[in-house]
Design a binder for this molecule. Structure first.
Ligand code: SAH
Ligand code: SF4
Ligand code: F3S
Length: 425
């Protein structure tokens, strides 16, 4: 059997697509290997959201040039957000790559595999997407993005929004459950847009209700929610469907209205705070994650302070912080100079990190002595680990195999990053 391996960087969407690619390749007779040297087919799933991610992808492509020289029979195929519509240009730039396909274009990969794989394989009509043996899985529900935030490359690489049908998603989720999955995270650049291109009255609430009835599914999450169009209907649905976790990801990006405007985010700091208040009033204790960009062009100390004060006021459970990185082709890159010095960006990242560590510590400390429900995802250094419904990472000791089980854990110790505990008898 020919062997394949997949190298993945980037967001959850890329992780989900790598899982789907693995299923496609296995359906046509490839076998997985974790050893790159042994693979006949190497799939690189790339990310270019910031220069640092792009550099990793370029580094890997450079490495594959050498590998290909030593072993000319090896095939390298590339997907992910490095792939733009100029595939001819990409082929010239990276002759070591046999085939480029856009994120999510798995049919193209299958077509290519049909024509090029050794030996010939028949391609089944429908691929059932699986998940190895993990109890949690990511499931894409809407591809692409229509928002064009001024800093962001994603819409240029992933195209316009396209929702998958409810039927297709339900089949994928049911299939994942039959393979042992207990928790799914529905993915989209903006899941609030789900369904606007489908039959009338299809939206994320309707999808959640359809998935909620599938036997064997314990937990549902979804990300990302753009603050500009999070509906009350969705918040109400979240509140009353008991399998939907009390956890939500709503990127703030900046706490300053002028920066938000230049970012083309379509909301003000005040509107964002009101949204958080509404969500908290419907779902008490809800865990909120966010994304922040520091050092957007011309961001002053005062504007950064607005972001800091919002972080202190809202008290997020998790904050993903990024330093602004100009991306060719975006409006911000064209219109604004990247004029915040690297050391200022670094200092702002550190300032948020320090404050957020303290806040997370204060949020987690009261959990000591309480009992939390953990879905066990694996074992690390003799300790089981998993997450609570509010997405807190929990470690505990236990002799029994509890992979994929929901276990009640008494919390004995907390930190800003994780909880420690023991099985409650
Ligand atoms: N659709 C999602 C994810 C977008 S990319 C969303 O709207 O949040 C994930 C995160 O990367 C963004 O939230 C943003 O914080 C960050 N990001 C995107 N482009 C960036 C850039 N040019 N520089 C720095 N961070 C960026
Ligand atoms: Fe990028 Fe904005 Fe779309 Fe998110 S919503 S993918 S940040 S353009
Ligand atoms: Fe994800 Fe990176 Fe693309 S964050 S959407 S893989 S640019």
């Amino acid at each position: 059997m020919p062997k394949y391996t997949i190298w993945t960087i980037g967001c959850q969407m890329n992780k989900a697509e790598s899982r789907q690619i693995a299923d496609c390749l296995e359906a046509v007779g490839y076998e997985y290997t974790s050893i790159l040297q042994k693979a006949d087919l190497v799939v690189l799933n790339t990310c270019v959201v910031r220069q640092s991610a792009e550099n990793k992808a370029l580094g890997m492509l450079g490495y594959m040039r050498g590998t290909k020289r030593d072993n000319p029979d090896k095939c390298v195929v590339v997907t992910g957000c490095l792939v733009d519509s100029q595939t001819q240009e990409l082929k010239k730039r990276f002759p070591q790559v046999s085939f480029f396909f856009k994120p999510g274009a798995h049919q193209e990969l299958l077509e290519w595999a049909r024509q090029n794989s050794i030996p010939e394989h028949s391609i089944p009509e429908n691929i059932h997407y699986s998940n190895g043996i993990k109890p949690t899985a990511f499931v894409p529900i809407i591809q692409g993005c229509n928002n064009f935030c001024s800093y962001c490359i994603v819409p240029y690489r992933r195209g316009r929004e396209q929702s998958r049908s409810i039927e297709e998603i339900v089949i994928e989720v049911a299939n994942l459950i039959s393979k042992g999955v207990k928790e799914v995270t529905l993915l989209g650049q903006n899941v609030n847009s789900y369904g606007h291109d489908l039959l009338k009255n299809t939206d994320l609430s309707v999808l959640l209700q359809s998935i909620h009835t599938i036997d064997g599914l314990e937990r549902i999450r979804f990300l990302t929610n753009h603050p500009k169009n999070m509906s009350l209907k969705l918040i109400e649905t979240m509140a009353h469907l008991d399998r939907v976790c009390e956890h939500i990801t709503i990127p703030l990006q900046s706490g300053d209205d002028a920066i938000l405007k230049a970012m083309r985010r379509d909301y003000t700091a005040k509107q964002y705070c009101n949204l958080v208040d509404t969500i908290r009033s419907y779902i008490p204790g809800v865990a909120i994650s966010t994304d922040i960009i520091v050092g957007f062009p011309s961001e002053t100390d005062g504007q950064f302070d607005q972001t800091m004060s919002l972080i202190k006021q809202i008290r997020f459970d998790t904050v993903h912080i990024a330093a602004y990185s100009p991306r060719q082709g975006t409006v911000a890159c064209r219109e604004f100079e990247d004029n915040v010095p690297a050391e200022v960006k670094r200092a702002r990242v550190q300032e948020i990190e320090a404050t957020q560590t303290q806040i997370a510590n204060e949020i987690n400390a009261p959990l000591k002595g309480t009992v939390v429900e953990v879905l066990v995802e694996g074992k690390k250094q003799s300790k089981w680990y998993g997450r609570t419904r509010k997405d807190k990472l929990v470690f505990f000791e236990g002799r029994e195999n509890c992979l994929g089980k929901l276990v009640n854990i008494s919390v004995t110790k907390t930190s800003p990053w994780a909880l420690q505990g023991e099985v409650k008898n």
